[in-house]
Structure formats: structure tokens, C-alpha cells
Design a protein around this ligand. Structure first.
Ligand SMILES: Cc1ncc(COP(=O)(O)O)c(C=O)c1O
Length: 428
């Protein structure tokens, strides 16, 4: 039995894969079996390499196995891996908080957790508890756009608006009002969002958005002016604005935070993925001093929340090195030229057969194939298969084919990837 066969037989016997119809997986899927990775490439058990078109579920923003990050992780592992953050402070979490806040003007406190979903879950609970103990207990609903995605825990699913992910849980979720994005596009959606905000401000804990781009829906992008107007309205009605920067943060869209496009500061920001460059599960929720102060006082005002790995030294030490690499290697600056390449290529892809729309923002390029926008559309899968044959791992979202590679992908790899996207769309 080859190594590949051995891995696959055990995998098929025991592993339940995420976001996967397991019947189809067991009967018809030939998965990649990856053994290592380097830079913007995965390498399978047979030594074949594949360009990683989406930075490993959008988190490997500095490429795989970045030597400085591997070193930081190894050194920290040798010194201190874990210590509870309850009643204990440590160098890595303290210094990381101050270094992260230096990149996030307007915020003064960092609450650590494990992943994008927990970063969002923290933000929702903070908003609810803040109002409950600061004289506005009736503020317990949320407001969001349809098609939003904020993670998979119950709170996150409540404010997420991709129907197929919610349908099994609809009757047990938190209350969330929603402005539709599919009817008249984002201009209309934000107008409705504003109307809902004005009408329901008295009962809203927060509005939550993915700034500039709804990633999981299909890399759907909107104008910064809409975000700016939303900030003005939330300020006017004193409703918290939560910016979920789990996907967009750390330079994915150009600036360090996507909300910088609009020149706004939210009340709460959620970050994960790029936070540890995909090398450790760790996340943070950033809040303003006003929110923090709303939790000071007697025991009842305590935020009773915390995961085992909150602020763990291994992740925190790594996250600090990530920030240093951003500075030392001028990651955002050098990504500008790569973003321009992506923009130009996707502009060209408009002329490919069957392509109805293309768009780009920073290190994201996306195109829609003709057909419905439904999440389960199978056509993207054909492009996926064609790309795999040509040596690239894409992950289409329904009929949307996109790339979101690491920010430091070498230009030669990027050009090869763009060529594979073009050829695969033609072939499919
Ligand atoms: C905007 C956004 N928020 C939250 C999440 C959830 O992050 P995680 O998968 O780390 O729980 C994601 C994941 O893709 C995301 O894109």
C-alpha cells in the first residue's frame, strides 16, 4: 500500500471533513494528499506541487513555512507554550496587545480568543452585555446584510446571512435584522440597512459588517462611501459598529485594515487568520475604552468568557513576529504591485467565454461565471478540476472563481497562477 493509499483509507474511514457532503466525498472525491508546503505552494505525497490560490483558507498571508515565523514558533515553544491568562500576565500577550493596538488607532483593549468565529462571538457577547449592564437592556438584536459570513458558532451563524449555512438552525438563533443584498445591489442594501438602523436603534446592540468585501458570499465588493455612511449612522444612533476583519485584515484589501478605505474606526474589530499568518489558531477582538469601561465595577460586570488558549504564549509570540515581518519585509508596500497585476488580469478575464463579471480589490481577484449565484452551483467545480490538473488549488464559491493568494507571493508564481485561472476557465 502506498503512503497515499494508507492515508486515504484511514481518512475515508474516520475523518468528517468540514463543509463537505460526506456521501459525495466518500463516493466520488479524490482529495489532494498534502505532505508539505513552501511559500505559495503545497506539495503532495508524490512530490507534485500546487499553487495555493487562496492562502490556505485565507490565513497564510505570508506564505507557508516563512522561516522567521517557523523560528519564532520554535523558540517560543522551547521556552513557554501555555499558561492561563486568568490572574497571570506574560510578556508575549502584553507586548502583542500594545504592538497590535499601535496598528489600530482608536482602540485600547485586546481580548484574545482562538479563531475568527470566536473573535466574532466575543464581539457579539461584549455588545449584548455592555448594553445590558449600562442602562439599555432592551438592546439585544443585531443588524447585518444578507449574504454576510461571520463564522460557524451559534452567535456567528445568527448574524451570518448565507442561508444554506443557517437553514438547520433558524429557530434557535439570536435575533438579527437583515438588509437584502441580492435585490438591488449594495447601494440599495445599505440604504435599507440605514432605514432599519433608524427604525430599530432602540433595540439594536450592534451592526456587524465585513468591511469592503463579503468574502464567503463570493468576493462581493462595495464602495467605501457606503461603509462611511453606515459609520455616521451608527454613531448618530449610538449603536455599536462591529467590523469583522477576519478575512480583510492584515492587508488583504490593500491597507492593513479594510475599514481604512473608508477612513472609519469601528467600535469593535475582529481579527484572526492573518493575525498568526495561519500558523496557529489564535484571534483577537479589539474594543474602544468606552466599551472596556462599561465592564468595570462589581463582579456582575465581569465578562465571563475565555477559552483555554486565550492569549497563549505560543500564538502570541508568533503573532508578534508576524507584525515585525510586515514591517521589515514591507509586505503591504510590495503587495501593491502584485495587487495591480491581479487587477489588470481580472480586467482582461472579462472577455473570457461565459464570464459575466469580474472585480478586484487589493490581493483579491474574482470572476463570476454565467448562471445563478447560488452557493451550491456546480460549475465552479469544473474550473477547480481544470486548475488542479494544471497545478493550482482554487476554491471556487459556487459560480465565482477567485484568487486570494499570500500577500508576498513571488511575481513569477502569481503570473503562473493567473495563467492557470485563465486557461482553466477557458477549458471548463
Ligand atoms: C469574515 C469572516 N469572519 C469570520 C470567519 C470565521 O473564521 P474561522 O473560520 O477562523 O472561525 C471567517 C472565515 O472565513 C470570515 O471570512
Amino acid at each position: 500500500m502506498t503512503l497515499r493509499d494508507d492515508i486515504l483509507s484511514r481518512d475515508r474511514a474516520h475523518v468528517w471533513h468540514p463543509y463537505t457532503q460526506m456521501q459525495e466525498y466518500l463516493e466520488r472525491t479524490e482529495p489532494l494528499v498534502i505532505q508539505s508546503a513552501q511559500g505559495s505552494r503545497f506539495v503532495d505525497v508524490n512530490g507534485r506541487s500546487y499553487l495555493d490560490a487562496n492562502a490556505s483558507w485565507w490565513c497564510s498571508l505570508l506564505g507557508h513555512q516563512h522561516p522567521r515565523l517557523v523560528k519564532a514558533l520554535t523558540e517560543q515553544a522551547a521556552q513557554l507554550c501555555h499558561v492561563p491568562l486568568a490572574g497571570i500576565a506574560h510578556e508575549q500577550s502584553a507586548l502583542l496587545a500594545s504592538e497590535l493596538l499601535a496598528r489600530a488607532p482608536g482602540f485600547s483593549r485586546v481580548f484574545y480568543s482562538d479563531n475568527g468565529s470566536t473573535a466574532v462571538e466575543v464581539s457579539l457577547k461584549l455588545a449584548l452585555q455592555y448594553w445590558a449592564q449600562n442602562g439599555r437592556p432592551e438592546r439585544k438584536r443585531f443588524l447585518a446584510l444578507t449574504g454576510s459570513y461571520h463564522g460557524d458558532t451559534m452567535g456567528c451563524v445568527s448574524v451570518s446571512g448565507i442561508e444554506v449555512f443557517r437553514q438547520s438552525f433558524g429557530n434557535v438563533l439570536l435575533e438579527c435584522l437583515r438588509a437584502p443584498t441580492d435585490a438591488g445591489g449594495y447601494e440599495q442594501a445599505f440604504e435599507v440597512l440605514g432605514q432599519l438602523l433608524a427604525a430599530h436603534a432602540h433595540e439594536l446592540a450592534a451592526v456587524i459588517v465585513e468591511p469592503m468585501v463579503q468574502g464567503s458570499l463570493g468576493m462581493r465588493m462595495y464602495r467605501p462611501e457606503l461603509l462611511r455612511a453606515l459609520r455616521e449612522l451608527t454613531t448618530k444612533h449610538d449603536v455599536f459598529l462591529i467590523c469583522d476583519e477576519v478575512f480583510t485584515g492584515y492587508g488583504r484589501t490593500g491597507p492593513f485594515w479594510a475599514s481604512e478605505h473608508a477612513g472609519i474606526t469601528a467600535d469593535i474589530v475582529c481579527t484572526a487568520k492573518g493575525f498568526t499568518a495561519g500558523m496557529m489558531p489564535m484571534a483577537a477582538t479589539l474594543v474602544t475604552e468606552r466599551i472596556f469601561e462599561g465592564f468595570l465595577g462589581d463582579g456582575e460586570r465581569t465578562f465571563y468568557y475565555g477559552h483555554t488558549f486565550c492569549g497563549n504564549p505560543l500564538g502570541a509570540g508568533l503573532a508578534r513576529e508576524v507584525l515585525r515581518v510586515y514591517t521589515d519585509e514591507r509586505v503591504l508596500e510590495l503587495a501593491q504591485g502584485k495587487a495591480a497585476r491581479i487587477g489588470a488580469a481580472f480586467e482582461r478575464f472579462r472577455d473570457l467565454p461565459d464570464v459575466v463579471e469580474t472585480r478586484s480589490l487589493g490581493m483579491i481577484g474574482a470572476l463570476d461565471l454565467a448562471g445563478s449565484k447560488h452557493y451550491l452551483e456546480p460549475r465552479g467545480k469544473r474550473v477547480y478540476a481544470e486548475a488542479l490538473r494544471r497545478g493550482a488549488y482554487l476554491r471556487p464559491l459556487g459560480n465565482t472563481i477567485y484568487i486570494a493568494p499570500s500577500l508576498n507571493i513571488p511575481d513569477t508564481d502569481l503570473d503562473e497562477l493567473l495563467g492557470i485561472v485563465e486557461d482553466s476557465v477557458r477549458a471548463a
